[in-house]
Design a protein around this ligand. Structure first.
Ligand SMILES: [Zn+2]
Length: 290
């Protein structure tokens, strides 16, 4: 070994040793994007050992994470509700085992999702006292689902489309029904014929099967990790409350029940309670494979 090389080698050893003992300071955190629009999500990746489960806090809630052996990293989704106020929000990443803690700032931008104009049966829009009461009771049942405790994630790879057909109604549009402003569209509408099979987008547990005024035959699946998917206007539901469902399993048939203009699937996703574009979940979840 030449003298120069030996000095260099010693210097490298000297530099490496303290770094190794402070490996927590080297924890790498990646975001699929540093900004998102309201109603959308991003993927967070933390390179850390399986035994060093990080804690990610976003808007006072802990983000559920899954571990990827192949990538030696923890991953989870950060979601902004469709009605989240644009602004800059903090994400705190902590590794309790090593004392690592870092704050990141994510910008939530506004977005104009456009407008949808619908003409519907006035009886389904201007509700009488009986219908109004029914809608209120149904909303109370559904709202309880968003505050239920998060279960362990049942997913560790990509999510599937529930029906492989054209999107005929995009997410987030403001609604003008019979010329009056109504709630925005919180899912996507997929074209389908009466009786077309609808697949579960991932493994899950049936949270609720119901026949509701607006959404017709409705199915809510809990995928764990605070991800809930919902399937509306079904003609038939082929599963029942509490059933364990496998990714790709046929859970119902496309229909035209509830307030609709024709057969289609309305498909929605909530992440940590936030109403998000399901198509972004499909796209980002591809990163979970492998
Ligand atoms: Zn819809």
């Amino acid at each position: 070994m030449s003298r120069t090389y030996a000095v260099f080698f010693l210097a490298v050893c000297f530099l490496l040793m303290p770094l190794k003992s402070e490996s927590s300071a080297e924890t790498e955190v990646f975001f699929s994007s540093v900004s998102l629009v309201r109603g959308d999500l991003i993927l967070i990746t933390i390179k850390a050992d399986i035994l060093e489960k990080p804690q990610i806090i976003w808007r006072k809630k802990e983000i559920p994470l899954i571990y990827s052996q192949a990538n030696a990293s923890w991953r989870g989704f950060i979601a902004a509700d469709l009605k989240q106020k644009p602004g800059v929000y903090k994400v705190v990443v902590q590794l309790p085992s090593s004392g690592f803690e870092k704050e990141f700032y994510i910008r939530v931008n506004d977005r104009d999702y456009g407008v949808r104009k619908l003409n519907l049966d006035p009886k389904k829009v201007e509700l009488d006292a009986e219908a109004l009461n029914r809608v209120k009771n149904e909303a109370a049942i559904v709202n309880k689902l968003w505050t239920a405790d998060c279960q362990l994630p049942l997913w560790d790879d990509r999510f599937l489309m529930p029906v492989d057909k054209k999107i005929v109604g995009t997410f987030g549009r403001r609604s003008i029904i019979n010329k009056r402003k109504r709630a925005p569209h919180t899912g996507v509408d997929i074209s389908g014929k009466l009786g077309d099979p609808v697949k579960a987008i991932h493994n899950g547990t049936v949270m609720l099967v119901a026949d509701h005024f607006f959404t017709g035959n409705s199915l809510y699946l809990d995928h764990g990790g605070c991800i809930i998917s919902m399937y509306f206007h079904l003609d038939k539901i082929l599963v029942k409350d509490g059933d364990q469902i496998e990714k790709g399993q046929i859970i119902g048939l496309v229909g035209a029940t509830g307030r609709v203009t024709g057969p289609h699937l309305h498909w929605g996703v909530r992440i940590n309670g936030a109403r998000v574009n399901p198509l972004t979940l499909i796209e980002l979840s591809r990163e979970l494979d492998g």
